[in-house]
Design a protein around this ligand. Structure first.
Ligand SMILES: *Cc1c(COP(=O)(O)O)cnc(C)c1O
Length: 396
């Protein structure tokens, strides 16, 4: 099909929930994506922080092809080797004790909320629990996940949502603590806010929240869906802070492209029993083979070291951009290969122009350009991206 035909067909039949850029991606190779007409793009978005090892990785592709021929799906009523192996590897990497595999990030959040509520219910024998979530947070689009998402525009049209959610200011300890009462069952936050504009948690804030939750037997839920799986230079971002959550979520780079997420917890918070939760597809052998393979790739490569090195290089390069474009760039934040440049002009046209220059970038919120490249990115890729970015910023 011709490019224009594909776009027209998409506009005619897909529910219009995205303003798609007019490019038609066909295949990928390493750090690059190609359109059906051969146009090449450097990829600095990784399918929104998903494709950590780049496109066409042979180890990954071979493992999945082999699993397809063996067994794609069976039910959670039986055991299979990929899912138990993936669960063990996840627990070892995260410090958690038990994991439930889901089909997406939003479902992982649903599970985490249910688990925290069940923990409270078991303890108090009542169903009046409250959850504290953060302003500007993003946790997904299902009814439960949107209920704890700190952006009113995402919530309002879909109300009434699940009850008992209170919002507080991220990185403001006093504000969070002022929202706590005897019904508080959980505090949920992203270790590094992604969609809301790339805000890492302050170290003191997160440590104090951890301490408070322990002292008051409140579940600390950390959403590591975007910032986990090596993105910050540690396997999970909270490991950079030297703390552990009670319940956590993962997805995005967990399966590097196949639909898989999970929620996991410490043994003491494993409050669910048979009948409390389930999923037909959740963690089937195909997706958990991907998880198992991804963890193997982390182990067999020096990818975390690469993240730390490239992240430092990216940091300096973006600082230079900030200095050279003071009228357009007003801030720079982030952790590891999860960085954001705050613009004082609308971000949409800039992203569009960067794409026209041959590099795929995405925004976060209305004023931030988000840099979440595949974790295999090297300084030479940063240089290439920066030249596209500079060209685009020069046109603003
Ligand atoms: C993407 C994201 C989600 C939702 O994950 P989906 O797989 O899109 O459902 C939840 N939390 C965070 C922090 C995310 O970045």
């Amino acid at each position: 099909m011709e490019k224009n035909e594909i776009i027209a067909m998409g506009e005619a039949h897909l529910l219009h929930t995205y303003n798609r850029f007019p490019i038609v991606l066909d295949h990928g190779d390493g750090m690059y994506l190609y359109e059906t007409d051969g146009t090449k793009y450097l990829d600095f978005a990784a399918g929104i922080a998903v494709f950590a090892f780049g496109y066409g990785n042979k180890t990954y592709n071979d493992a999945l092809k082999e699993q397809i021929d063996k067994l794609v799906h069976t039910s959670n009523l039986y055991y299979n080797e990929p899912s138990v192996t993936a669960a063990k590897l996840f627990c070892e990497a995260s410090g958690m004790d038990r994991v439930f595999f889901t089909n997406s990030g939003t479902e992982a959040i649903e599970g985490a909320i249910k688990l925290a509520r069940k923990y409270y219910y078991n303890k108090h024998g009542k169903s009046d629990s409250e959850i504290i979530s953060m302003n500007h947070s993003f946790h997904g689009r299902s009814m439960g996940a949107v209920s704890v998402t700190g952006k009113k525009a995402y919530r309002e049209p879909f109300e009434p949502l699940i009850g008992g959610v209170v919002f507080a200011e991220f990185n403001d300890l006093n504000d969070v603590l002022s929202k706590v009462n005897e019904k508080t069952c959980a505090i949920i936050m992203e270790t590094v806010q992604g969609e809301g504009g790339i805000y890492p948690a302050d170290e003191t804030f997160l440590r104090e929240i951890r301490k408070f939750c322990t002292e008051h037997d409140i579940c600390l839920i950390l959403d590591e869906i975007q910032c986990g799986m090596g993105r910050t230079g540690a396997m999970f971002a909270y490991q950079k802070y030297g703390i552990e959550p009670d319940i956590m979520t993962s997805a995005k780079a967990l399966g590097c492209g196949v639909p898989v997420g999970c929620f996991a917890c410490k043994e003491a918070f494993a409050a669910m029993v048979p009948g409390d939760h389930g999923s037909t597809y959740g963690g089937n052998p195909f997706v958990t083979k991907a998880v198992e393979t991804v963890f193997g790739m982390f182990k067999d490569s020096n990818i975390l070291q690469n993240v730390n090195e490239t992240a430092a290089y990216l940091w300096d390069a973006l600082e230079a951009v900030k200095k050279d474009f003071p009228n357009v760039v007003s801030g720079h934040r982030g952790l590891g290969l999860m960085q954001g440049l705050v613009l004082s002009v609308p971000v949409g046209p800039v992203v569009k122009e960067v794409i026209a220059q041959g590099c795929i970038l995405i925004s976060a919120g209305t004023d931030v350009i988000r840099f979440v490249p595949p974790l295999i990115a090297k300084p030479c890729h940063v240089d290439e991206m920066i030249s596209c970015l500079r060209a685009a910023l020069s046109k603003q």
